[in-house]
Design a protein around this ligand. Structure first.
Ligand code: ATP
Ligand code: MG
Length: 143
């Protein structure tokens, strides 16, 4: 069994998608092992997304999450990291496959985000690799 970190980002919380999102993970065979609602400080979000430091969208990404309510959860299952990424879909919701969370529930695009000088709003964060998952679970849940 493998564990991974998922965040329901502020747009997902604001749009009342928490229940729908958890249902999709549970239906996909994942177990929710821990969960909390928090508004992470700017410095905390900067650590979480440290891998993107220096990229053009970094500051916009920090602004998207800092001091806003997110739901953080630990999901467990076989090949959980890859399975969760598959259920979530690709970064740009306008390009994400139908049947994925971002494809079905996302309402944003890279083009819209660029035009409005903000981060892409895409409902979910999910750890990208098992190594990232270990670091992120430690950061968010201390385990
Ligand atoms: P996440 O890490 O949040 O699960 P991801 O792995 O699909 O998303 P990353 O490349 O890690 O995508 O980017 C992190 C987040 O930064 C994206 O989810 C999105 O919110 C934002 N982002 C990525 N690329 C851009 C961009 N070109 N313009 C604006 N925002 C972006
Ligand atoms: Mg990522």
């Amino acid at each position: 069994m493998e564990r991974t970190l998922v965040l329901i980002k502020p747009d997902g919380v604001d749009r009342n998608l928490i229940g729908e999102i958890i249902k999709r993970f549970e239906n996909g065979g994942l177990k929710v092992r821990d969960m909390k609602m928090v508004a992470p400080k700017k410095e905390f979000v900067e650590i979480h997304y440290a891998m993107h430091k220096g990229k053009p969208f970094f500051d916009l990404l920090i602004k998207y999450l800092a001091n806003r309510q997110v739901v953080a959860m630990v999901l467990e299952g076989k090949d959980a990291v890859a399975l969760v990424r598959k259920i979530v879909g690709t970064t740009d919701p306008s390009k994400a496959d139908k049947g994925t969370i971002r494809g079905d529930l996302g309402n944003d695009s890279r083009e819209k985000a660029d035009a409005e000088h903000r981060s892409i709003y895409n409902v979910i964060h999910a750890s990208g690799t098992p190594e990232e998952a270990k670091v992120e679970l430690k950061l968010w849940f201390g385990k």
